[in-house]
Design a protein around this ligand. Sequence first.
Ligand code: NI
Ligand code: MN
Length: 226
Amino acid sequence: MGMAQFLGHSAFYVEGNGIRALIDPFLSGNPQAPEKLPELNPNYIFVTHAHQDHLGDAISVAQKTGATVVATNELAMYLQGKGLNAVGMHVGGRKRFDFGSVKLTAAFHGSCVFEENALACSDTPCGFLIEVDGKKLYHAGDTGLTVEMTLLEEEKVDLALLPIGGHYTMDIMDAVRAVGFIKPQKAVPMHYNTFPPIKADPSEFKRLLDGKADVVILKPGEKINF
Ligand code: NI
Ligand code: MN
């Protein structure tokens, strides 16, 4: 059984056999981060794209812990340039790790880093399908609704983490449609209420899926087993 802990916005801590992972570790400056952050000693950090509310503290945490960062190839090269141990994969690619497999999924969004007003890195955003203790976790990253999500049904997703805030990503209506495409065992909403443009009511997401999917609304710091 895997465990996922919500750290606010799109940040999660995931634990299972051989894996202690942070996903999109936006912790400093995250208004939704738990008041008391857990002791973080990840061996992996997954970054869906380079926007600051996702790349977040990845560089400093990886420098401190030596964690391996997994990202799309261009972002991984940028992070290697910062001295990090980074594995570059790409959308549609699956790779076997000691703890299980990881597949990068399509995300319709943007991704770049600016340094001193110049573009330092431009890459393709992604989502992650991560195997934890034989169960599958899908973190959608930032994305609009895509028909590619229909491909995830055959993957038999145990836990889907889906943005619902709208404006930059799927809103509640589209996230409901995404659950219809993916058919996960459990769904957890993310990427809402952090900033005014992405205000959304997660109980509406749960209500619309009543009887069709097990929607669990996590408060920052709360955990779910999958
Ligand atoms: Ni983004
Ligand atoms: Mn975002």
